[in-house]
Design a protein around this ligand. Structure first.
Ligand SMILES: NC(=O)c1ccc[n+]([C@@H]2O[C@H](COP(=O)([O-])OP(=O)(O)OC[C@H]3O[C@@H](n4cnc5c(N)ncnc54)[C@H](OP(=O)(O)O)[C@@H]3O)[C@@H](O)[C@H]2O)c1
Length: 266
């Protein structure tokens, strides 16, 4: 089976939405996350709507061998995926000195280690597909350091750097690679983070963000990175051009005000 799309973080948010998009396009799916009931419900919905075959793998990607175990289960099922969406991830938001070391380790294992290893382990299969896709979800937080979200911002900067390099390495193959950098998006992300600090600026719908990503991926020559929304693209450019001190000061102010401003606007 060569049209299979593997989606991590498929139990909610971006992952579930990308799963819907790939199913609409006729791809069979492998859904990966911890909440099996959520994925089974989505599997039933997508099989009924699009006639696709959906395999559900419940896995904790915070475990050191999480990615390897997922890859093994895919291989054991005889599947050779054409697409991979690494959407599993979460954020912590505290001053660095107050962060829980165990939670930091989980954050790095899910956001960085699992994403990297799964990309690497499935790469031969993605490259062999006539039309392959690799979509790694970074964030606008990856464009600059983020005081009070130092670890989260660093994990997302890593995803951006890794995926852009892969994009360049595979140019000329059939594999389309995209780093997606969404701004605040209405998913369960804020709930999982347990804070409104991530609600910096306008919060957009997940469907419109995935629509934008889908269009970018299907351009004749997809860009290495898509930052969702014009305002976020302007901010990303500003962060790259401004002196680092200024970027840090502005980012710190925005994240400190994030929760409060959005509560006032709601
Ligand atoms: N929403 C935003 O504002 C925003 C903005 C920029 C970037 N992002 C990024 O977008 C990606 C998706 O987040 P989302 O917004 O869709 O949030 P979400 O609705 O909370 O989804 C996160 C997904 O990650 C999975 N996940 C978390 N920890 C996991 C673990 N240990 N093992 C396996 N799966 C795990 C969750 O599944 P289970 O809980 O079932 O395991 C869930 O399916 C993340 O990488 C996030 O950093 C989000």
């Amino acid at each position: 089976m060569s049209n299979v799309a593997v989606v991590t973080g498929a139990s909610s948010g971006f992952g579930a939405e990308f799963a819907r998009r790939f199913a609409q396009a006729g791809h069979d799916l492998v859904l990966v996350a911890r909440r099996r009931d959520r994925m089974e419900q989505l599997a039933r919905e997508l099989t009924a709507a699009h006639g696709v075959t959906v395999t559900v793998i419940d896995a904790d990607l915070a475990e050191a061998d999480g990615a390897q175990r997922v890859a093994d289960r895919i291989a054991d099922a005889g599947l050779k995926p054409a697409a991979l969406v690494n959407s599993a991830g979460f954020g912590t938001a505290e001053r660095f000195a107050d962060e829980d070391p165990a939670r930091i380790a989980d954050e790095i294992r899910v956001n960085v280690l699992a994403l990297t290893l799964l990309s690497r382990l499935l790469m031969p299969s993605l490259l062999a597909a006539p039309e392959g896709f690799l979509i790694n979800i970074s964030s606008t937080a990856g464009h600059q350091p983020v005081p009070t979200m130092a670890v989260y911002g660093a994990t997302k900067a890593y995803v951006l750097s890794l995926t852009e390099a892969i994009w360049h390495e595979v140019r000329g193959s059939g594999l389309r690679v995209l780093t997606l950098c969404p701004g605040p998006t209405e998913t369960e992300f804020f709930e999982a983070a347990g804070t409104d600090r991530f609600r910096v600026g306008k919060v957009v719908g997940v469907r419109e963000s995935v629509d934008e990503a889908w269009r970018a991926l299907h351009r004749p020559s997809p860009p290495p990175t898509l930052t969702v929304g014009l305002g976020n693209r302007v901010n990303a450019l500003g962060a790259r051009l401004a002196p680092r001190r200024l970027t840090l000061a502005v980012t710190a102010r925005l994240t400190a005000r994030g929760g409060r401003a959005n509560i006032e606007n709601s």
